[in-house]
Design a protein around this ligand. Structure first.
Ligand SMILES: Nc1ncnc2c1ncn2[C@@H]1O[C@H](COP(=O)(O)OP(=O)(O)OP(=O)(O)O)[C@@H](O)[C@H]1O
Ligand SMILES: [Mg+2]
Length: 262
């Protein structure tokens, strides 16, 4: 993908969401260029995860619009939105306790197999073919993210870093055009973080656009093409890393945060 193409994959227009008196997302507008790694940063409680929940249809917006590949997806159900090509990981890891890595990621391919995993006896030959394709795809993804060796282990028993990889693999199994990552390296050591950074670059090189929430400014500055800074649900400023790093409002919003100097 030529990163100079400025085709928009996602456009958020005047989006708002309040919880009681709290304006978690407040008239927020921004867009993501196709092929980019675009970071969303901001202090705790700024509204970043709420923004992801609105984009993916987990919660309804009070007002505003989200366009994905020029289709209005604002009031669609989460499964319809993932069918259209947006998948995500969550800030808190969400894995089933008694499921192997392979099965967890296989579930991500439900879109491919029509949402069913039936006993082999009842399967049509067409379904068998889809199931075989799905399994091949899972193998490819697990090799890609470096989890093939632990495919038969319970996902929830893996190291923290590998659990994050499982979540990313499951999101990739939905064949996204846009991948949303909510603080994917939170709580990781620097080795795990740099391994994941390499993984995100490889995912992006495959043509998948990434929208990532992170507090780690080294990660943000190294990976992002574009950064949107939000505070109190509003857009503070946006631009490429070199610009954002020098922006006085950003430094102020982050005043006292150790990560800004990381
Ligand atoms: N389901 C909810 N019900 C009530 N209030 C909520 C809900 N979700 C978020 N909020 C509030 O909305 C605001 C934004 O929260 P959000 O989780 O989006 O912030 P964030 O930028 O992701 O923060 P963090 O960096 O800590 O993850 C906060 O004041 C939060 O308490
Ligand atoms: Mg959050």
């Amino acid at each position: 993908m030529n990163k100079t193409d400025i085709e928009k994959i996602l456009t958020v227009d005047n989006l708002s969401k309040s919880f009681g008196g709290v304006k978690a997302v407040n008239n927020l507008s921004f867009s993501v260029d196709k092929g980019h790694i675009h970071a969303v940063i901001g202090p705790n409680g700024a509204g970043k995860s709420t923004l992801f929940n609105l984009i993916t249809g987990v919660i309804p917006a009070d007002q505003g619009k989200v366009d994905f590949l020029n289709h209005n997806i604002t009031s669609l159900r989460p499964d319809k939105i993932s069918e259209k090509g947006i998948s995500r990981t969550f800030q808190n890891i969400r894995l089933f306790p008694d499921m192997t890595v392979f099965k967890t990621v296989l579930i991500g391919t439900y879109l491919l197999t029509g949402g069913k995993l039936l006993p082999a006896l009842f399967l049509s030959s067409n379904f068998c073919k889809k199931e075989r394709l799905a399994r091949e795809m899972v193998e490819e993804i697990l090799q890609f993210v470096g989890l093939w060796g632990v495919r038969d282990e319970y996902a929830a028993k893996l190291s923290y870093g590998n659990q994050r990889r499982v979540e990313i693999a499951r999101a990739l199994a939905m064949s996204p055009r846009l991948l949303l990552l909510d603080e994917p390296t939170a709580g990781m050591n620097s080795k795990e973080t740099s391994e994941l950074m390499e993984l995100f670059s490889s995912v992006n090189r495959q043509g998948i656009t990434i929208l990532i929430i992170a507090h780690d400014m080294h990660l943000v500055n190294t990976l992002s093409d574009q950064i949107t800074v939000i505070n109190f649900g509003k857009k503070l400023v946006e631009g490429p890393p070199a610009e954002i790093q020098r922006h006085p409002e950003v430094l102020e919003a982050y005043m006292g945060r150790a990560e800004v100097n990381a």
